[in-house]
Design a protein around this ligand. Structure first.
Ligand SMILES: Nc1ncnc2c1ncn2[C@@H]1O[C@H](COP(=O)(O)OP(=O)(O)OP(=O)(O)O)[C@@H](O)[C@H]1O
Ligand SMILES: [Mg+2]
Length: 331
């Protein structure tokens, strides 16, 4: 297959020079320029800007010294949003959690591995204009940096999908290390982001397996409806398979209730049943059914840009804060 034309101007802003030996000096130089420019804006970040830069330099130096684990703890937590059940709010959660973390002052990459490309269009990338997306990167035709684009929200970038990806699960199955292609791609950029959020397709195919293999954790959106528990055992089995064979560090980041309507008695039953099974893995934050969340994608915007005061936006901001607090408590 002929490699598609590359449009470098669409590439990753602030990408540091790659492939140079790391020293203290060039670790500072490789700190993303976009972050450096926003240095003063980041005083609200928990550890303060000095701490952020110190973490970055430490992570880069540790990486160069081959101390992988420590660097991974400091930067670039990779969270796969997955549930093979369709329409449960995976994409809505991926886009709005990523946008909320960016709004909180973090550099975030949204990786869309769903051929439907709803996550990409949800942050303003027109599906039909994607010549070169995650499909081409997974197949090794371009680097990940070449496909990463900025979005209209500061600090939020996207590695877009495209319809070509529909055939990728089969193509990956025939490739060497087809299950770890995404992990390999993300390892080249993870130090530049505080969070990487992967929007998975509604299946347990090789694309989702790639997402789970690349991730530190999985966040499972669950819709408050009668069949909510159906399929969760298959998902848990898949997580265990990935842990046993491909990615032993994978953990469940949490179960998130979506489209919650407190007036619906069934919703309470579902919440109780799922809490009974997953206990403290369930996020306190619940995402309400909110029309602004469903309207925002048609404007190509995360809800925080479309209507920041809506209950939908505010609940995803609360989720981002809860996630950060949990991670801080576990560190
Ligand atoms: N909290 C919510 N309130 C109102 N509508 C919502 C909410 N969450 C999601 N939706 C709507 O429900 C539909 C399905 O959501 P979404 O696309 O996020 O699910 P999904 O799990 O990614 O679907 P798929 O399995 O097809 O990838 C969309 O139309 C979306 O706008
Ligand atoms: Mg989706």
């Amino acid at each position: 297959m002929v490699a598609p034309a590359r449009d470098v101007s669409r590439g990753f802003r602030g990408a540091p020079a790659s492939c140079q030996p790391l020293t203290v000096q060039n670790a500072f130089e490789s700190y993303p320029t976009v972050v450096s420019k926003e240095f003063d804006d980041r005083r609200d970040v928990d550890r303060g800007p000095r701490g952020v830069v110190a973490d970055w330099v430490l992570a880069m130096l540790r990486r160069s010294a081959g101390v992988k684990g420590s660097a991974e703890l400091l930067l670039g937590r990779i969270i796969a949003i997955a549930n093979q059940k369709g329409g449960v709010g995976k994409t809505t959660t991926s886009v709005n959690l990523a946008a909320s973390l960016a709004t909180e002052g973090h550099n975030v990459l949204l990786v869309d591995v769903d051929p439907q490309a709803n996550g990409s269009s949800g942050v303003g990338v027109e599906k039909n204009t994607i010549e070169c997306g995650i499909y081409h990167a997974l197949l090794g035709e371009v680097t990940l940096e070449e496909i990463i684009r900025p979005t209209s929200l500061e600090r939020l970038w996207v590695a877009p999908s495209s319809r070509d990806l529909a055939g990728a699960a089969l193509e990956l199955a025939e490739m060497d290390e087809g299950q770890i292609r995404l992990k390999t791609l993300l390892s080249s950029v993870r130090e530049r982001f505080d969070y990487i959020v992967i929007d998975c397709p509604p299946s347990l195919d090789l694309l989702t397996v790639n997402g789970l293999t690349a991730a530190d954790s999985i966040l499972i959106p669950v819709q408050c409806e009668y069949y909510a528990m159906e399929g969760l055992s298959d998902l848990v089995n898949t997580i265990q398979m990935v842990k046993d064979n491909l990615n032993e560090r994978l953990v469940i980041e949490g179960i998130l209730f979506t489209m919650y309507d407190p007036r619906n008695n069934l919703a309470h039953q579902v919440v109780n049943e799922v809490r009974g099974h997953f206990e403290d893995k369930v996020f306190e934050t619940m995402i309400p059914r909110n029309v602004r969340l469903s309207e925002a994608p048609s404007h190509g915007q995360p809800c925080i840009l479309y209507d920041g005061s809506s209950r939908g936006s505010q609940s995803y901001l609360a989720l981002a804060k809860e996630l950060k607090a949990r991670l801080a408590a576990a560190a």
